[in-house]
Structure formats: C-alpha cells, structure tokens
Ligand binder design. Structure first.
Ligand SMILES: *Cc1c(COP(=O)(O)O)cnc(C)c1O
Length: 557
C-alpha cells in the first residue's frame, strides 16, 4: 500500500508517530521535516496532486485541527478529503463517500486513536451500492457550476447566465442536430490560461516570443487530428466552420471562380455560397439539389451537372442531409471534371471519427469541419488536407484571414481528439445513429412524413407542413414541452426560411447523456403527441415534467 503523507508543524509529531507505527504501508513523506512553523497548503497540495495522478493509494494529512488541510486538499478535482475523529468516521467516509485522503487533527486525536482510524480507513472499501455511486456522481457533477463559482462573486450577472445554461441543459431534452454537450476536460482546456498568449504563425514559427507552451498544445492538436482522421495535414486554427471553409476557398481559387454546392434551402450551409454570405458574394456559386422524389442526392445527375458547369470546387457536406454520402462516387466525379474535391463534414465528423459514417479523408483534397457538433469538442473549426495543399492552406489561414489563433480552444480541440481515441467512442458514434433511427421511426409510425423516408446518420427532418403547421410553430410547441429542436427548410420548401415546412431533429446530445433506443423512441412519441395536437398547452406542460424527469435520470457530463 502506497500512502502519501504530509503535515504542518502542528501535525508533525503525529505524522512521525504514524510513519513509525503503521507497518502495513510504504509512506512517501512530502514534509514538513521539523517542528518549525510552516504553511499547511504546501503539503496539502503535494499529497492531493499525488492522489489525483494516481501515485498514491490514498493520502494522509495532519495539522492541528485538520480543518485547514481538508479545505486545501478538497480544492483539487478528484480529491475527497475527510476529517476523521474516530473509527466510525473513517469507515463511513470510505464506504459512502469513497474518501481518498484521511485528515487528522493532532489536537483532537491522540497517537493510538490515530492508528486505529488509519487502520479502519485503509481496510474499508468504497460501497458501490447504486445510491452511493449516484450521490458521489452528483458531487463530481456539481463541478459543472463549481468550476465557475468564482464568478458568483466576481461577476454575478455573467454567473447568472452560466447558471441558467446549466439548468437548461439539466432539465431539457436537446435535439438540436448541430449541438452536443462538451466534456468537462474540454471546457477546462477552453477556459485555460492558454488564452493569454498571442501566437501568430505556427508551432516553431511564431511571430511572438514565449510560445513554447502553446506550441506544445497546438502540436498535440495537429498530430492527434491527423492520427484520428488519417489525414496528411491538419490546420486547427480556424475559429469556426465557416472560417475553415473560407480558408479552403482562399487557398485554392480566385474571386469569381465556380463552386458547385448543395443549396442552402436543400440542406447546404450559409458558407457554401448563400448570397448573403461572403462565399456567395465572392464566388460564382452553382447550386445542386436533391432528387425531388427520393430527396437524396442523385450522383448521376450531379455528375452530368458537374461536367457541364466545370466547377473549380465540388463541395459536398451539409447541415441538414439525413443520408450517408458516397465519397468514392464523388471522387470519381471530381476526377472526371478535374476539380477539387472538398467535403464539409461539420455535422458528421463525430460519426466519421467513431466509424459510424464512411470517412471522406482518403478521397477528398480538403475536409473541413466544426469541432463542436457530433464531435462534441469546443466551438471551433478545422481543415484537413492532402500534403500537397498543406502550405497553401496554412498561409490562407494565417496571414491570409486570421490573426492570432485561440490557443485555449486549440488545446480543447486536442483534448476532444484524444477522447475520440478511446474505444468507447466507437460505441457512442454507433449509438447516436441507432438512437436517431429509433426516434425517427417512432415519429414516422405516428403518420408523419420524414424527409427521404428515414435517416442514416445523427439527424432526421420531419415534414410538418403536411400536417398543416409550419416548422416555426412546431418548434415553439416542442420548446414549451422542454424538447428543443429547430425549424428547418425541407427540399423544395414553399414556406419562407423564417417559417419553414420542417423541423430538424438530432441525437448527439441525448446520446452523450447515455440515452439509448428506448429513451429515443419515447422522446419520438412525445414529439408525435405534441405535433398531433399542437394547440394543447396542457399536454405540453405534462410532457415538460416528464422530459425533466428523463433528463434528471441521464445527467449531462
Ligand atoms: C455548422 C456548419 C458550418 C459552420 O459552422 P460555424 O462554426 O457556425 O461557422 C459549416 N458547414 C456546415 C455543413 C455546417 O453544418
């Protein structure tokens, strides 16, 4: 047994006694080393760090009362330090709370009692009964707020906004297809001191001094991105998905050149050439559409159009396309046309990373993405490309269009990519799709028309106009019931983009919370209930309570 032990001057004599008398353990003594006055947090920090890293089986801290040591050690994540005055305290702290640091007060506990307490602490295991596990998880989850608790004092107004978001996530069912729920590790990196650094340029080639720490973070992000997606080169600096797309255009074509892309009202993205977006203003955009009958891409039609239009870039990828994309076929088209193949996988990047959707990376010249959708990382963008484009891409991002990169966000991207290398993420990606199919079927079975007849990925589109309502009204009714979706145009929509004929529903976020097909189908049933009786506010209120209960069963990480 490996015990890290520390004390201040008030606990020094008891610490020395324990080390000499407790034979069942190897002690690592972090100090102090005499009775001279010293500061207890220094030793609490050292023992707490050893416990967090896993170097110690548990820790022991001694000061005069135990209070100061406990307060200091409990500032550390993953530390549960317990002041124990008797054997029963020690057993309970271990069994119920899974304490990992024993804190003793030398003025309260004598040498013999201290040894008995230590023995009880060392020989009692955590009780993994469901209620204890649940309660311990709640202590950890309290950090969703506690991490930012200094703001309660420093800026109460911003604190209130953050708290409201936490409450919203805790109590509502989020089905926004472009959102997910970030991990705590991602949030910590995103909020870190790396934001203090100016780092124009790239790792090893910066315009500012003092960039070694951010170089390390950005190098990790680039390396992990390439490893995760099997890419030759990654630029992790784009501030968002739109900037990632801009970088590819800037790296490859000139103003006025032609981009062939899926039009916005058919599921494309603003940055694919909408007239109100920079892309539509700078380039000659030719839109392609999905087939009117199948509401899917018809690759033969796309090929004919591409050969006729001869675009500089054929851009695929979408914000609202529920079907799998055939990247091999798209490559064939690009080869016939002799154009650049660009895939914007913003929505499906997590499915690609987890193997639940074919990867575009082996086929495409460029793959752009956001890092915050199915990927679940920080809000940001990224471009992957073949080696021959690496230089052009990097200079397009900087100095071409951005100044200093957001190194804190880049570090959070690195954290996210590492998370995706864990085997459990493969199951997650598959589960997102299974949940989507289950929810979609539940809605479809109740007589709603689903765009393209179903889904292959993390989202589906419901044609609500066919039931006599707009997407706007449908989304508002669901919102009243704590079910959050967005209105969305459907192919060949006859409503304005402000009203729309559809809603878009996605399952990344509920899957992150641990929901499976049963819960997905239940939510699908609620959606059908509400949309079948859209004026029924009583029903909405009733489902809102049920939705909050379900949300409570599946806590947000
Ligand atoms: C969301 C999205 C983007 C852009 O994301 P922002 O980070 O909001 O700029 C780009 N392309 C597609 C297909 C998207 O869905």
């Amino acid at each position: 047994m490996n015990i890290f032990i520390g004390s201040d001057h008030g606990g020094y004599a008891l610490k020395e006694h324990i080390k000499g008398a407790f034979a069942d353990a190897d002690f690592t003594d972090v100090g102090c080393s005499g009775a001279a006055s010293c500061d207890y947090p220094d030793f609490a920090d050292a023992v707490a760090e050893a416990v967090v890293k896993g170097d110690a089986d548990f820790g022991v801290l001694v000061c005069t009362t135990g209070e100061g040591m406990a307060m200091a050690a409990n500032r550390f994540d993953y530390v549960r330090a317990a002041i124990c005055r008797d054997v029963d305290d020690a057993k309970m702290a271990r069994a119920h709370n899974d304490a990992n640091i024993l804190v003793l007060g030398a003025s309260k506990t004598g040498p013999e009692a201290a040894l008995e307490i230590l023995k009880a602490f060392a020989t009692t295991a955590a009780d993994d009964a469901e209620r204890h596990v649940r309660r311990r998880a709640k202590v950890d989850r309290a950090k969703r707020l506690a991490d930012f608790s200094a703001l309660a004092k420093d800026d109460p107004e911003v604190w209130a906004a953050i708290k409201a978001q936490v409450v919203q996530e805790d109590t509502e069912i989020n089905l926004i297809a472009s959102e997910n729920t970030s991990s705590r590790a991602v949030r910590l990196a995103a909020g870190s001191v790396l934001m203090n650094k100016y780092a124009e340029g790239y790792p090893g080639k910066r315009w500012y001094s003092g960039c070694l720490p951010v170089d390390a973070a950005e190098e990790l992000a680039r390396k992990r991105a390439c490893e995760l997606f099997g890419a030759d080169h990654a630029n992790v600096q784009p501030h968002c998905g739109s900037a990632a797309n801009m970088a590819v255009y800037f790296a490859t074509i000139k103003p006025g050149d032609t981009i062939l892309s899926l039009s916005l009202d058919q599921g494309g993205h603003l940055s694919h050439g909408s007239p109100v977006n920079f892309s539509g203003k700078i380039y000659n955009i030719v839109p392609y559409t999905v087939d009117r009958e199948t509401e899917r891409l018809d690759y033969d039609v796309l090929e004919r159009q591409a050969l006729e239009v001869k675009p500089a870039i054929l851009l695929t990828g979408a914000s609202a396309y529920p079907r799998a994309l055939d990247f091999k076929r798209i490559r064939e088209i690009c080869d016939k046309v002799g154009c650049i193949m660009m895939v914007d996988m913003a929505h499906i990047a997590g499915l690609v990373a987890g193997g639940a959707h074919e990867s575009p990376v082996p086929y495409a010249d460029f793959v752009t993405t956001t890092t915050h959708k199915t990927l679940g990382g920080p809000r940001g963008g990224m471009v992957l490309c073949k080696e021959k484009w690496a230089k052009a891409l990097d200079s397009a991002v900087f100095p071409g269009m951005q100044g200093g990169p957001l190194e804190n966000i880049i570090a959070a991207k690195a954290v996210c990519f590492r998370e995706w290398m864990q085997p459990a993420k493969k199951d997650y990606a598959q589960q997102v799709v299974k949940n989507c199919k289950a929810m979609c079927k539940a809605v479809q079975d109740r007589g709603f028309r689903i765009v393209s007849g179903g889904t292959d990925n993390h989202l589906f589109l419901v044609d609500v106009k066919q039931k006599g309502m707009t997407g706007k009204d449908a989304a508002a009714a669901l919102d009243n019931a704590g079910i959050v979706v967005n209105k969305n145009t459907i192919p060949y929509d006859t409503e304005s983009p402000f009203k729309t004929s559809g809603i878009r529903v996605g399952t990344a976020s509920i899957t992150t919370r641990g929901m499976k097909e049963n819960e997905a189908a239940m939510i699908g049933g609620w959606i059908a209930d509400i949309l079948s009786d859209i004026g029924n506010t009583e029903l909405q209120a009733r489902i809102k309570v049920q939705a909050a209960e379900l949300a409570a069963e599946f806590p947000v990480p």
